[in-house]
Design a protein around this ligand. Structure first.
Ligand SMILES: Nc1ncnc2c1ncn2[C@@H]1O[C@H](COP(=O)(O)OP(=O)(O)O)[C@@H](O)[C@H]1O
Ligand SMILES: [Mg+2]
Length: 414
């Protein structure tokens, strides 16, 4: 294997008010093409200083740095910039994407600096976005993407020039465990399939374990350098419990649009309304039977209450079976409003035609009312409907945790 990076006796001093900070002290380090190296160490141990030098962003105070056979230490900053542009892709903790700029344009940017034509830029940027699995997000701006997706855009941007090496300083520092592993799995794939050399700074051991070589820094010195079999990030990802849809909308684990869809809960299945109506009718009949046989009274309130409870029980169970999760609060509002309005509309014609048991009393009453009183009575009816809808919502919410059967094992993707 060819040596890509060779540091000999490399030191970096920073002058500061309080004196000289010796950020790197006589580092000797060789990295071969195709290696996946993790640089670990406590904060202030010199990791970022080393990365800046490896990335030709900064020069060592003493010692030599050779990148792909070029002596970097002795070159002008222009020459370093050219080598950097040809050989290195950078990935940062904070993603460093341009805001209000689409993923595609962000990824095209390094090609703009190279003077590539518009068509070539577009083709290569789309290829790079496909390589990180973001073909369906190319026109999204960073604020429309989750943290993990933003970091994948940044990786696509680092890849788009086809560099032999990626340098990543704490690339998963802003990401949760699952998303970190996803990014690591992607980097491992790029390392394995394309032979891209990866040098990655991290302070997390789980992340470092995904590298095949771990170099540990302390106080500007290398204190250990071990090669060991790496953990397969994709396999680790499989072992994690599936993402919990109920929790997924925090921590930016989903993109905002998906989190919003999850909160709203999607359309309510039609069958749920049929089930609710069935529950209502059975409940009313049971309530009437109960009043007659057990209480020996005539009551409207008791059958209505029976209807309410039974329709909610059936609705809640139906939702669990068919959605695989309880109704969201938003869905309960929609069900209550639509069902209440729906029943009112269904019952209005037979009531007006005098077919319902309450028709006569109600119609006589309305006949007696004139002008303003009639308008007030109708307004009161609307308020009554709203109250019924609210009551339905509350009963649905109350019964949801009590009567829902265990969800089916089939997992619905969020
Ligand atoms: N530009 C700078 N000026 C002065 N001191 C610096 C500068 N950059 C880093 N240092 C110091 O160098 C040491 C190593 O820093 P750094 O490489 O950023 O560590 P790490 O990335 O491992 O946390 C620290 O003591 C830090 O305070
Ligand atoms: Mg650092």
């Amino acid at each position: 294997m060819e040596v890509l990076i060779a540091c000999r006796n490399l030191s970096k001093d920073y002058e500061s008010g309080a004196g000289v900070v010796r950020a790197l002290r006589e580092i000797d380090l060789e990295i071969e093409q195709g290696e996946f190296v993790a640089i670990v160490g406590t904060s202030g141990s010199g990791k970022s200083t080393l990365m800046n030098i490896l990335g030709c962003l900064d020069r060592p105070t003493r010692g030599a740095y050779e990148l792909a056979g070029f002596d970097i230490g002795g070159r002008s900053s222009d020459a370093r910039a050219i080598l950097r542009n040809r050989l290195i892709g950078f990935i940062f903790q904070g993603f460093n994407l341009l805001p209000r700029t689409t993923a595609l344009e962000n990824v095209e940017l390094p090609l703009v600096y190279r003077g590539a034509g518009a068509r070539e830029r577009r083709t290569r940027a789309l290829e790079a976005l496909a390589a990180v699995g973001l073909s369906d997000r190319v026109h999204h701006t960073p604020n429309q993407l989750s943290g993990g997706q933003q970091q994948r855009v940044a990786i696509a941007r680092a890849l788009v020039t086809g560099p032999p090496m990626l340098l990543a300083d704490e690339p998963t520092g802003n990401l949760d465990t699952r998303t970190s592993l996803e990014v690591l799995a992607l980097l491992q794939r790029l390392n394995r399939d394309r032979g891209i050399t990866i040098v990655l700074v991290t302070h997390e051991h789980d992340i470092a374990a995904c590298a095949s070589r771990v170099v540990t820094f302390r106080d500007g010195r290398i204190v250990s350098d071990v090669r060991e079999p790496s953990v397969d990030a994709a396999a680790e990802l499989e072992k994690l419990p599936p993402p919990d849809a109920a929790l997924a909308d925090d921590a930016g684990a989903l993109d905002p649009a998906a989190a919003e869809r999850l909160r709203l809960g999607g359309p309510v299945p039609r069958g749920l309304y049929a089930m609710t109506a069935l529950g209502g009718v059975i409940g009313l009949l049971l309530g009437v039977a109960y009043c007659r046989a057990i209480l020996e009274v005539t009551s409207t309130a008791i059958p209505v209450a029976f209807g309410f409870v039974l329709e909610s029980i059936l609705a809640v169970r139906y939702a669990r079976r068919h959605l695989g999760r309880p109704l969201t609060s938003d869905q309960r509002v929609r069900v209550s409003l639509a069902y209440t309005l729906g029943t009112a509309l269904v019952l209005a014609p037979p009531t007006a035609l005098g077919w319902m048991p309450w028709s006569k009393a109600l119609l006589d009453r309305l006949d007696d009312l004139e002008g303003g009183r009639l308008a007030l009575a109708l307004a009161g009816g609307l308020v009554g409907l709203a109250a019924v809808a609210l009551a339905r919502y509350l009963v649905l919410a109350l019964l949801a945790p009590l009567v829902a059967p265990a969800p089916p094992t089939k997992k619905k993707a969020a």
